[in-house]
Design a protein around this ligand. Sequence first.
Ligand code: X2X
Length: 339
Amino acid sequence: MQRKMVWMLLAAFVVVSGVPAMGWAGAYKDEYKMSIVVGPKGPWGEGAQKFADLVRERTQGRINIKCYFAGQLFAGKQTNEFMLMRQGVIDFALASTINWSPQVPSLNLFALPFFFENYEQLDAVKNGPPGKELFRQIEELGVVPLAWGENGFRELTNRTRPVAAPEDMKGLKIRVVGSPIFIDTFRALDANPINMNWGEAQTAFQQGTVDGQENPVNAVIIPYQLWQVHKYISIWHYAIDPLILGASKETWQSFTPEDQAIVKQAALDACAWEIQQARQGLEGSMPTLDTLRQNGMEVTVFTPQIREAFRTKTRPVYDQWKEKIGVDLVHQAEKLLNR
Ligand code: X2X
């Protein structure tokens, strides 16, 4: 009530004096920059564009967000995205938790190998106390999280052989993101992981300088047509990759409370749609896998027994990373996972 009064008085001041108050409606930027690692095709890119469109429409053009796809804003180095948001160079991002985890170590929770088994578990963690704690930490570090989105369960593709047992991983050269837990996981599996930004990875796949990679089906494997470079895919659900739609704190604080509410709602609406797209055809009998088969891929779907063998083999990664993520947070999540 009191806040509203102050707001009205200040608004009246702006109208009467004709002086736009610092950082308010008058001071809005012509363009707000939104960062996306991937291209415009697929749930991730389309979800970001949907958010930008909804905001423009619902603010009658007051807030004009432009999507910069394929990592244009961080010059290829995807683990710099969070830092650039803190500095206000990037206004918005629909970002993978993986790319932010070097600055927000607790986000490695989602990358613990063979930890999450299904979407219900992910939703319980996101919507429960661990999700709230993660959002609190992100905000404390200078980025305002507005909504959860989804890249998806990360699956393994490679050009060399089907992977159906831990031994099959031996010596495979796998491109991973520059976030250390992935190096540890693939080393534990006796593979040969190589850090590479997504921008450079396409060339590496085409030239065969790496054997494989890991990414979700709907948001990355299909839009990038990875069947052109990799014949084999293992649906192993070894890590889950939620996205976070966030705003730089500086940008966020420059908006009026009314516009903040509009932007927040647009983020929730766009992300609800985006999550649905990211999961489409990948639940139950997973009909989307037929698209991969039709394009010549040989699909191996892990049974719970195979998963367990991989989980056992990567157990040292869990033990080591539990501390870095935060023991309490991991335990809270495990309770929700019924472990
Ligand atoms: O680089 C990747 O693999 C990607 C596109 O999934 C992320 O941004 C984490």
